[in-house]
Design a protein around this ligand. Structure first.
Ligand code: NAD
Length: 475
């Protein structure tokens, strides 16, 4: 058993107040492989006070010092590459090559992007005889989900450190070990005492007291809308700033001049990556009626190539879902799709052959889906594609936007003008044209119920800053 039952507070590993622990499950086996502390309000209070004691000093550090700190973090993060990959593979069930190429790499990119953003970030601006100053907001609470254990944490931490805000991180209790390694990285990289605090535990015991602590000035949360609303409610008592990255049900529009084979390949990847547990997953595939049959055949071919299995096995492309609960949720959505009259074209609710242990599911495709059906409206967070046909471009855009979410959108085709028109029409924080990759310096966040605020690069730094006008400064 991997035991990490202490909290990292004020630059030290200290005993957790409750003495209680939470088991961490390996989703590939369904068995517990480690334990973490089950923190409580007393731990949160200690951590918040440690951060509060240093917030003015940290806010006033020269930008160059914070840049150097981020640079040391980048180096130390690289030194811990193997440990991070192992932790992510065990706790998330991510295929080991994805743990490296996606998860490890995304975390690294965020620290590097925040460091580089500081080279040109304007914390001060003269306007006539006046000065506009951006200064760190103060103590920030960070709460993250399990689906990207290094990405979701690193992007918030990098931005807060660059801005000069001390933090208390509560990672998901389902994937806590990557954050334990991050704490060790920051310790080694010389992050000053009190600037980074890690309090492990669940939402009730740690998330709640953190969201309502009077010395916390901002809550930055990634996770479900349900939890985001609770955090916002708690934070509203003393008007904390709230930044939320929530769910999605993103459209993937295939235009009539698209290469069907390429579009089918990417559509499948967007659904099976991270076993569909991706907030930006393009799970609503919109296709012209005339192209449906050809597209479905190609999708089936590509889905059959997706090897499902143990994350440590060579060639495996899709590991298990995170938990029994997530497994049950995905099964019930697949059953719901059938009940509501969609055609189960590929996959299904039963477990893949030979994978009875662990939380494995089959990549699944529904055709003849109506955009009003539950499987087209609710976030499943599993590898389930809904194929919806459209008659013309106007209908495609209307269907794409007929959702309460607005996190991402995808469009495939050849004609540049149509691609641009569609990209501009999708109501979402990120739109990808023909699988373009972008970078960690681009803003990320959602329209509508997908969130409030923007993260990544300089936009992420802005989230952790207050803005002050000093009138007559240059008089
Ligand atoms: P979740 O909301 O259940 O949990 C997220 C975090 O909140 C966990 O650390 C959990 O312990 C904590 N939490 C739970 N109850 C809390 C409470 N009452 N107060 C404070 N904290 C509490 O979400 P999840 O199941 O871990 O993650 C899946 C969801 O996250 C999906 O809906 C997905 O779309 C969303 N997500 C969004 C993004 C994005 O950037 N928009 C990225 C990844 C995941």
């Amino acid at each position: 058993m991997k035991d990490h039952t202490r909290q990292y507070i004020n630059g030290e590993w200290v005993e957790s107040s409750s003495g209680e622990t939470i088991n961490v499950i390996n989703p590939a086996t369904g068995d517990a492989f480690g334990r973490i502390a089950k923190g409580n309000a007393a731990d949160v209070d200690k951590a918040v006070n440690a951060a509060h004691d240093v917030y003015i000093e940290f806010r006033n550090t020269p930008v160059e010092e914070r840049r150097e700190m981020l640079d040391r973090i980048v180096n130390e993060y690289e030194n811990r590459k193997d440990d991070l990959i192992e932790a992510i593979t065990d706790e998330l069930g991510s295929p080991i090559d994805k743990s490296e190429k996606v998860h490890y790499q995304m975390g690294l990119n965020h620290f590097a992007a925040a460091r580089d953003a500081l080279d040109s970030f304007e914390f001060e601006e003269q306007r006539g005889e006046n000065l506009v100053v951006k200064e760190a907001i103060g103590v920030a609470g960070l709460i993250t989900p399990w689906n990207f254990p290094t990405n979701q944490t690193s992007l918030k931490l990098a931005a807060a450190f660059a801005a000069g805000s001390p933090v208390i991180l509560k990672p998901s209790e389902e994937t806590p070990f990557a954050s334990v390694i991050l704490a060790e990285i920051f310790d080694k990289a010389g992050v000053p005492k009190g600037v980074f605090n890690l309090v492990n535990g669940d939402g009730e015991g740690v998330g709640n007291p953190l969201s309502e602590h009077p010395k916390v000035r901002m809550m930055s949360f990634t996770g479900s809308g349900r939890t985001g609303a609770k955090i916002m409610e708690k934070a509203s008592a003393d008007f904390k700033k709230v930044s939320l990255e929530l769910g999605g049900k993103s459209p993937l529009i295939i235009l009539d001049d698209a290469n069907v084979d390429d579009a089918a390949f990417t559509a499948v990847q967007k659904v099976v990556n991270n076993t569909g547990q991706v907030c930006t997953a393009g799970t609503r595939t919109l296709i012209p009626e005339s192209m449906k049959d050809e597209f479905l055949e190609k999708v089936k071919e590509k889905m059959e190539d997706v090897k499902v299995g143990n994350p440590r096995e060579e060639g495996v492309k899709m590991g298990p879902l995170i938990s029994r609960k997530q497994y049950d949720t995905v099964q019930s959505y697949i059953n719901k799709g059938v009940e509501e009259g969609a055609t189960l074209y590929h996959g299904g609710a039963d477990q893949p052959e030979g994978l009875a242990e662990g939380f494995y599911v089959k990549p699944t495709v529904f055709s003849d889906v109506d955009n009003k059906m539950t499987i087209a409206q609710e976030e499943i967070f599993g590898p389930v594609m809904s194929v919806i046909t459209y008659k013309d471009l106007d209908e495609a855009i209307a269907l794409a936007n007929d959702t309460k979410y607005g996190l991402a959108g995808y469009v495939f085709g050849e004609d540049p003008e149509t691609l641009k028109k569609v990209a501009r029409s999708i109501e979402a924080g990120t739109v990808e044209i023909n699988n373009a990759k972008g970078g960690a310096d681009l803003p990320f966040g959602g329209y509508k119920q997908s969130g409030i605020g923007r993260e990544w690069g300089d936009f992420g730094i802005d989230e952790f800053l207050e803005v002050k006008s000093i009138k007559g400064y240059f008089k």
